[in-house]
Design a binder for this molecule. Structure first.
Ligand code: PEP
Ligand code: MN
Length: 341
């Protein structure tokens, strides 16, 4: 159930509706918007009667929410969610570019890459410190040392940082250092971890699970949002299909579909979708053309020596090409991409 309040309803009126919801042992979620204020209700097992609310002052309408995902849906909030990180806004008019190596490997590596990217105008640096690797014998990341290196890159360059938490313990550590917490594809179904990031006051980049349906993906976002954290950025990173010529199959269709269903921003990761730097650029172009709010791309100054995902990492010069081309596509899409210098 969604309660629509008058645009200029008072705080007391909103408070009264919230109290009524709590009295019914349900949970209210106030969702302010430019055009209207809505109050979502969760915790009910069956339909809720509008009679409880329809005569309360300030209430305009009581709408049933028909989908299993509620707080993330456009039914509940019509305007796009824009996540504001001071130097960059995600989900607004600007296309956001997150770039950097798969893993933070050492001080020279991360500073070399970050400085090249910052010079090109990149405002968000990615780099894994905790790596969920398929093989237990592969490089597992530098842990806190990697986060400290990212933080010192931010101090020096002003670039904001994105890094993955792989479990509850690493989340405490990652959240201390980063500007955006990444939840990787393998953890999209980790509901206790999702609940925990839902309690943070920090943006979360949620990647689609390897075989997640659209509904499972959106319900994972709902897990985070219903804990109170509305700052969720969805990320399509390719899914498992019978198609075996690329690392994963990029589901482009999901981008415009999610834009219709949800108010959350959605970006695309062409690197993990492709697995091969030769096809990263065309996939990135496609992502912006289908309406994604940005891309997250792996870049390495020496991909042949990378400790993870070297084959899909772009050389800095290739990345520069990507920026130039995404700028052109952004303008066709009536969006901005204030990069390349
Ligand atoms: C990553 O971003 O390096 C990563 C491991 O991605 P995913 O969770 O999409 O596989
Ligand atoms: Mn990677």
């Amino acid at each position: 159930m969604l309660i629509i309040m008058h645009v200029n309803s008072t705080e007391e009126q909103i408070e009264r509706v919230k109290q009524k919801i709590q009295k019914l042992t349900l949970t209210p979620h106030v969702i302010p918007g430019r055009l209207r204020c809505a109050i979502g209700i969760t915790g009910n097992s069956g339909p809720i009667s509008p009679d409880h609310f329809k005569n309360l002052p300030g209430v305009v309408q009581c709408l049933p929410v028909t989908k299993p995902y509620k707080l993330i849906s456009r039914e509940v909030r019509q305007e796009d969610t824009v996540i504001d990180l001071d130097s960059v806004r995600i989900g607004g008019k600007e296309i956001v570019i997150i770039a950097g190596p798969c893993s933070v490997e050492n001080e020279i590596q991360i500073f070399t890459i970050a400085e090249k990217l910052a010079k090109m105008g990149v405002k968000l640096l990615r780099g894994g410190a905790y790596k969920p690797r398929t093989s237990p014998y592969s490089f597992q990341g530098l842990g806190e040392k990697g986060l400290k290196l990212l933080a010192s890159v931010r101090d020096k360059t002003g670039i904001k940082i994105v890094s993955e938490a792989i479990d509850s313990e690493s989340l405490d550590m990652v959240a201390e250092y980063v500007d955006i917490v990444q939840i990787g594809a393998r953890n999209m179904y980790n509901y206790s971890l999702l609940k925990k990031v839902g309690q943070l006051n920090k943006p979360v980049l949620l990647k689609r699970g390897l075989s997640a349906t659209l509904e499972e993906f959106l319900m994972a976002a709902e897990y985070i949002v219903c804990q109170g954290n509305f700052q969720v950025i969805l990320c399509e990173r390719g899914i498992r299909t019978f198609s075996d010529y690329s690392r994963n199959t990029l589901d482009m269709n999901v981008v415009p579909t999610i834009k219709q269903i949800s108010h959350l921003p959605i970006i695309v990761d062409p690197s993990h979708a492709s697995g091969d730097r030769k096809t990263v650029l065309p996939l990135a172009r496609g992502a912006i053309a289908v309406g994604a709010d940005g891309v997250i791309v792996e870049v390495h100054h020496e991909p042949e020596n990378a400790l993870s995902d070297g084959a899909q990492s772009l050389y800095p010069m290739q990345f520069k090409q990507l920026l130039i081309q995404l700028n052109q596509i952004a303008s066709i899409m009536n969006r901005e991409c204030s990069l390349q210098r």
